[in-house]
Design a binder for this molecule. Sequence first.
Ligand SMILES: Cc1cc2nc3c(=O)[nH]c(=O)nc-3n(C[C@H](O)[C@H](O)[C@H](O)COP(=O)(O)OP(=O)(O)OC[C@H]3O[C@@H](n4cnc5c(N)ncnc54)[C@H](O)[C@@H]3O)c2cc1C
Length: 516
Amino acid sequence: MTADGMIEFLRQYADDRLNSWLVDERRTLPPSLMSHFGAEGLLGLRVEQKYGGRGLSYTDTFRVIQQTAAIDPNLAVLLVVHNSLGIPPIRDFADEETKQRVLPVLATGRGLTTVATSEPGMGSNVVRGMTATAIRQHDRGFIINGKKSWISLGAASTYITVLAKLQEPNGRKKGITAFLLPTSTPGFRPYSEAMTIGLRGIPQDHIALENMRVPPSAVLGEEGAGAAVAQNSFRTGRAFLAATGTGAMQRCIQLAERFASRRSIATGRLLDNGVTQQILADCAAAARTVEALVFSTADRLDRGGPVPDEFFFACKIIGCELAGEVVDRCVQLLGARGFVDTDVVGKYFRDFRVLRIFEGATEAMSVYFGTRVLRDLESFNATFVKTFGSTRLGSELYAGLHDLVDRAGPGLTPAQRHVLARAVGETACWGVTAAAIAETAENTRAELDFFAAHWAVQRLDQRFAAARREVRPVLELSPHILSRHIAQYAGSIGDTQQSHGGERRAVDAFLRRDPV
Ligand SMILES: Cc1cc2nc3c(=O)[nH]c(=O)nc-3n(C[C@H](O)[C@H](O)[C@H](O)COP(=O)(O)OP(=O)(O)OC[C@H]3O[C@@H](n4cnc5c(N)ncnc54)[C@H](O)[C@@H]3O)c2cc1C
């Protein structure tokens, strides 16, 4: 089955077999979905054919992901987690025997897989904050203990890649290591599921790892190099997420335009109103810009050349933020209908809010990326020029980033450094995004693409203007005064905590297996 066949299948499946509101209400995907998706190859998009997968290019993979996201965010996240987070550690780091045993199961939908990195006390600060441990035993195997949080498909998976800090029996630390485990391993205990506001069809599990005994062969990649194993997935995963964003944006714009073409307001047809036309043009420019960024990333990956990290940061930071912005504007354009679950757009608002949070929240990513750029502005500029050639956009970006550093001045406090890093990270990502759509417009010569390229440069200019104010604010509020002010809210609004029982969710103490 080719990507075109999969896309055809997905459209038919949506029309005939899917009820997204039942998925939400039941908080689960249809039981038959796995076998259908498995048979169509959707669960082995980038797995080589010799292991039962479809071996699609990145371009075709992102087309399938974009289509899926335009049908239901739950389905898209299922495919993204399994194909872009779960499978790559096995495909790229497992030994041949493991690949032959595990990949055919996963690629054909006979089992799911995911990655467990986050913990109750650690999300963005992966390396420093991790507490899960793997202690080497005398038989060279390991005993893993710890807790993992927010693991998409955690309890539903057959295999899971767990990250833990490796320790020798003498206490010597060897660093974060990745382990591939069957979830049937004794000690793997999902203990609760997060009641998320969206994506209700995808379980987000909290998992205890209790004295899990695993063999030496469970290690993926090198001991102590688990961060690289996870990073390998998270890197391309960022482009997968932006691909879901393009599907969501296009679907919401499609519906908003349809509504505006049928709805009458005081000035006549909503679509003939100048304000509506500007909103839709802005949204279409944003969607096209992200699409250009995603497919330019895919094309570079498919051509096999090294793809600069800058593309993936831009996909996550700009792609996911723009998806949120466009969906929100479409909710607004639909008026009351934007606030109704069954009118589709509102569901995207709930489900895809998480794009800005998971696999690295925007602020954390921007600060991290901005710190990297600041460390070596010359090398960022050299990569930009090597990728896009010498352009006016590139020169202005480079000069603008220098200007931000100069404005911030020397001797910054840690808090001022965070602000500068975020400003630099976001403007640098806008620069990469604007360059990607400009390059696409030059190739396609399409009117909409030139419009989007111009729009992206305007957004870059706006971000620079805001960044200049952020790094040298005219007025500042001390954190101390801010906290004292917020403490006073208790006077105006109290601090209530509801205790009314309402619907019971837990098993009665008389019936629980373990007495309280
Ligand atoms: C639906 C869902 C599915 C998920 N699936 C998985 C999964 O399958 N596997 C997995 O391992 N994890 C998963 N996660 C966890 C997810 O990756 C983390 O939630 C995410 O990385 C953010 O971490 P956190 O929630 O601990 O937020 P925190 O790190 O506590 O961040 C809180 C706030 O602080 C900001 N912040 C953090 N660091 C900085 C910084 N340096 N500078 C400025 N601001 C900062 C953030 O932007 C955010 O606004 C999932 C989460 C959700 C909600």
